[in-house]
Design a binder for this molecule. Structure first.
Ligand code: SF4
Length: 363
């Protein structure tokens, strides 16, 4: 039996307002030579400060490339944090959103972790504030609290488990087999997908990703009919009706791998459009089509672009390097508890799946 806990309207307003502010940002447009010059200066400055840039797949193409040039990586959030943890650089600069920088700090407390813009948020994180979520958990002390990685350090600290989309199914199946009932937060679509696949008893926080929730099943079905030779790749933060049309459902890393491993020459992709940069780099001969966000009931405010991810740019990197602003600080007691919930997931992967697994796979 499942129950749903709605996100308060005041938080939905806050999500819409901050997203609108993020979308209104004007980015400086540089000429080719000026941009190359800036990139060279940024690389030199990062070297001087013993820093690397770690980037999510959803940010600007140029920042993704610069991350790799700096010795950093382009990946999903947990792999970003794992890479930062294992790298010897003393400063980690995160091109992504706030919870990603926090996850890096949780795993690497001794390092300086900088975020390009402190206002770079996530609708899942904003929509699941610690006080409300904790009160909800307190009402159900008999349930195991499982939260998605797209949450604040404080919410991770309140949880028993932090999971990514690549391991959520296995962990929830494990908990169900142990007879445990679950509180799931914050993504209702990913939670619904897990519940459908595992049959676990889950009470769900009703958060959502404002990007993935816009994908439309009816238009996707039409697109599939127009491109019968295409494989459909869907991130499970999308509505169930969209997930049901997928050939592959999974995390950003899983979808990226599918474009390299499947024999198809054409893919319809339902996730944030920043991922097309890596997909095209890995398979330049293949065709990638954005899944539709238009159609019946469409609002298409995000149109497959995360407003907060798109806040990241070269000028913000220049500013952060010059000022040292936007350093991530996490209360030590919260950090230790959050690290425990994260480590529990990694230990589970090592014991139950295969040793040395990289637990990747969230937005
Ligand atoms: S794409 Fe969605 S889940 Fe990812 S950061 Fe943006 S709002 Fe959050």
């Amino acid at each position: 039996m499942s129950k749903a806990i709605d996100v308060p309207n005041s938080l939905i307003d806050q999500i819409n307002e901050t997203a609108a502010q993020a979308r209104s940002i004007q980015h400086s447009v540089l000429g080719e030579l000026a941009e190359r010059d800036l990139r060279d200066r940024l690389l030199a400055e990062m070297k001087k400060q013993d820093a690397i840039l770690v980037s999510h797949y959803y940010v600007d193409d140029g920042l993704q490339d610069l991350a790799e040039e700096s010795g950093g990586t382009v990946s999903d959030s947990l792999e970003m944090a794992r890479y930062a943890y294992e790298h010897k650089a003393s400063t980690i600069i995160v091109a992504g959103v706030k919870f990603m920088a926090e996850t890096s700090k949780i795993l690497s407390p001794e390092k300086r972790v900088l975020l390009l813009d402190n206002e770079a948020e996530c609708s899942l994180d904003i929509g699941c504030p610690i006080d409300e979520f904790s009160a909800f958990c307190d009402q159900h002390p008999d349930r195991t609290v499982v939260v998605y990685a797209n949450t604040s350090a404080a919410v991770k600290a309140r949880a028993d488990w932090v999971v990514t989309s690549s391991i959520a199914l296995e962990i929830c199946t494990h908990l169900k087999e142990k007879g445990e009932k679950i509180i799931w937060g914050p993504d209702r679509f990913l939670g619904g997908y897990i519940q459908k696949e595992t049959g676990a008893d889950m009470i769900m926080w009703q958060g959502s990703c404002i990007v993935h929730e816009e994908f439309k099943a009816e238009s996707l079905l039409k697109m599939k009919q127009e491109h019968p030779d295409a494989a459909v790749l869907v991130h499970p933060e999308s509505p169930m009706s969209v997930v049901d049309l997928a050939d592959v459902v999974g995390s950003t890393s899983k979808l990226l791998n599918a474009t390299r491993e499947l024999p198809h020459k054409k893919f319809i992709v339902a996730t944030e459009d920043g991922i097309f940069h890596k997909m095209s780099q890995y398979s330049p001969e293949k065709e990638f089509i954005a899944a539709p966000t238009a159609g019946n009931g469409a609002t298409c405010k995000s149109c497959a672009q995360c407003p907060w991810m798109k806040m990241n740019d070269l000028k913000r990197l220049e500013s952060v390097l010059a000022t040292g602003h936007n350093e991530v600080v996490i209360d030590q007691s919260i950090r230790i508890k959050a690290a425990k919930s994260l480590t529990r997931m990694v230990d589970f992967a090592n014991t139950h799946i295969r040793p040395g697994i990289k637990v990747t796979g969230n937005a």
